[in-house]
Design a protein around this ligand. Structure first.
Ligand code: 5GP
Length: 193
């Protein structure tokens, strides 16, 4: 998606070998118009599927997921990373190792928001090693719901997430695909050499 690639080029910051900071428009401050355009693009990519629910993980997946939910006209459920007094029973849970924070988190979704009639589109901000998506897939399996596809805002193709999901036959669509980071700059898969 050209608009997103342009934004990453102008406002993204490469940190070390494998992390992209996009807190100007996605991970801290949010650009609503870009999020809306991304929601429409996710709809275009998955409109042939019968989606009843969109699933994501708090917090950075929520903005793009809500915009997609707006266009699909379906509810959006986000897995929570912390239990609370109001979220402690009747939960589906999965353990997810966080690539950026280097710790394992338990993610949870209340059983009342996912069941066997659901056809789910997972949306997340980044695909790195695929741990967050795998955790959500575990929860979808536990609920006997059906996974229809995975929509990613920014995929880093040099990490193993895509391979892992392809091997499982999952339909993955990413709005921006990064091939590598070179001299502090982002190189996209569709860049000319
Ligand atoms: P995975 O579970 O695929 O290894 O990593 C995906 C999760 O880690 C995303 O939900 C995102 O929050 C975080 N993440 C992975 N790589 C990056 C990155 O390069 N930049 C940022 N900001 N977050 C990332």
């Amino acid at each position: 998606m050209q608009q997103l690639e342009d934004k990453i080029r102008t406002e993204g910051q490469v940190l070390g070998d494998d992390v992209l900071k996009v807190d100007n428009f996605l991970n801290h401050q949010i650009d609503p118009e870009l999020m809306y355009a991304m929601g429409k693009e996710f709809y275009r990519l998955f409109q042939s599927k019968k989606i009843t629910k969109i699933l994501t993980v708090e917090s950075s997946g929520i903005a793009p997921a809500v915009m997609a939910g707006l266009i699909f006209k379906v509810p959006v459920v986000f897995a929570r990373k912390h239990k609370s007094l109001t979220l402690k029973d009747n939960l589906y849970t999965a353990t997810v190792y966080s690539f950026t924070k280097k710790v394992s988190n338990e993610i949870s979704i209340s059983k009342k928001f996912l069941d066997e009639d659901d056809h789910v589109l997972i949306i997340d901000d980044f695909l790195a090693n695929g741990q967050a998506v795998e955790g959500l897939m575990e929860i979808i399996t536990a609920a006997n719901a059906t996974l229809e596809g995975v929509g990613i805002v920014i995929e880093k193709t040099f990490q193993k997430g895509r391979q892992l999901l392809d091997a499982k036959g999952v339909h993955v669509e990413s709005l921006a695909r990064i091939k590598t980071f070179k001299d502090g700059q982002v190189v996209f898969v569709d860049d000319q050499d």
